[in-house]
Design a binder for this molecule. Sequence first.
Ligand SMILES: Cc1cc2nc3c(=O)[nH]c(=O)nc-3n(C[C@H](O)[C@H](O)[C@H](O)COP(=O)(O)OP(=O)(O)OC[C@H]3O[C@@H](n4cnc5c(N)ncnc54)[C@H](O)[C@@H]3O)c2cc1C
Length: 177
Amino acid sequence: MAKVPRVIVVGGGWGGCAAAAAARKAGAEVVLIERADMLLGTGLVGGIFRNNGRFTASEKMLEMGADIFAVMDRCAIHTNVEFPGHKHASLYSVYKIEPAVREYLTNLGVRILTNARVIDVAKEKDKIVCVVVEKHEPVHGDVFVDATGTSAVPANCTKYGNGCAMCILRCHTSDPE
Ligand SMILES: Cc1cc2nc3c(=O)[nH]c(=O)nc-3n(C[C@H](O)[C@H](O)[C@H](O)COP(=O)(O)OP(=O)(O)OC[C@H]3O[C@@H](n4cnc5c(N)ncnc54)[C@H](O)[C@@H]3O)c2cc1C
C-alpha cells in the first residue's frame, strides 16, 4: 500500500486553513503550524465576504467541495448588506469564526499546533525534510506549504507604533523577536 504523504502547512491564516483542509480531504496526514495562539491571522479583523464578485466565487467553491466557506456562512452576523464599495456583503463574527474553523479542521483530522513559530528548515541533500519550530520538536513531512501570509515582519509596532496589521496577529503576546 502506498505511504500516506504528510503535509506540513506553515501559517494558519485563511490560506493555510484552506490548504490544510484540501490536503486532508485528498487523503494526506496534515499538520498545521501557527505562530500565534489563534488561527486565521489577518482574517480575524475584517470579516467581509461574499461581497461583489466573491458571491459567485463562494458558490463555485462550495460546489467544488470547499465547505470551509460554509463555516463563514454559519458565523455570519450580517448578510446581504450594502456599503460603499461592497454590494450584497456578508460579515462573519470575528469572535465566532476562529473556534468554528478550528473545530472544522479538527473534525477533518488536521493536527493543529498553535504558539508554534517556524524559524528554519532542515534539509537532506536538496530536499526539505522538516521545519524547525521554536519551543517545539522539529516537525517532519513529505510536502511543505508556506502560507505565512503577507503581513509585515514581527515587532513593527515597537519600531513604528501601534496600528499596523501586526496588532491583529498579536505578535507582542506571542513573542515579537
Ligand atoms: C486590516 C485588514 C482588514 C481586512 N479585511 C478583510 C475583509 O473584511 N474581507 C476579506 O476578505 N479580506 C480582508 N482582508 C484581507 C485578508 O484578511 C487577507 O487577504 C487574508 O486573511 C490573508 O490570508 P493568508 O492566510 O494569506 O495570510 P495571513 O492572514 O497573514 O496568515 C498568515 C499566518 O501565518 C502565520 N505565520 C507567519 N509566519 C509564521 C511562522 N514563521 N511560523 C508559523 N506561523 C507563521 C501568521 O501568524 C498568520 O496567522 C483584510 C486585511 C487586513 C490587514
